[in-house]
Design a protein around this ligand. Sequence first.
Ligand SMILES: [Zn+2]
Length: 266
Amino acid sequence: MSYVLGMDVGGTNVVAGLFDSHGTLVRKIKTPTEKRRGADGLLLQLAGFATELLDAEGVARERLGAIGLGLPGFIDPIAGLVDAANLPLSRTPVSDRLGELTGVPVTVQNDVKMIVYGESLRGAGQNLPHVLGVTLGTGMASAWVSQGRLHDGAGNLAGELGHITFPDIPYVCGCGMKGCIETVASATGIARQARDAIAEGWEGPLSARVSADRLGELTSKDVSEACRAGDSMAIEIYRRTANWLSQALVPVIAVLCPDVIVVGGG
Ligand SMILES: [Zn+2]
């Protein structure tokens, strides 16, 4: 039996999983990302996880075949370069450096692309040839896997559905455009819509829970809980967000014709 290691390296936590040759998860760890000691500190932490997981399972080091990393931001999977705003890895040749530390080949790819690729292999898209995946988290992103192949696109930027714009979305996006769907169909977007509604005078169970000077602390989780409790404005925020999201996905369905759309994220 040989093994591979997959790591999701986020701005807050690293989740590392050891998988057997059938793709079955045998052990997983989750720990805060080491960001205080630059690229060297983080790469040493990741190499340490490989040792920790192998030792915990009693697996000899030479049975580890490869490591795959999913990272946020702009990734060049061929050069193994990472440019991630929330990680101390700017233009670091992560594949080469971690490969030297661990002695096995290391592949890097954008985290959302890896999530969707994983869903196509062993998740909600298993046994389906055409899988479109969308993640709604701090922002919105997507990826497309067709017949086992992840589509990178020019500049590795395929799947940036979050920057589809609509004229009735009033917010300016971090990308510089106005009306990107990511500004509403995301955790930050849901919270932003609720804050604006309260600031504009909407009163209901959610506004009663959050004082005006604490509006900035309102999260999408608060809105979600209010929605479940029947709060009419929270329901309206989710309804219109779902509407924008479906408006974005319908033309994508027309172009790509996926077997399934997998939606995930915090
Ligand atoms: Zn944008």
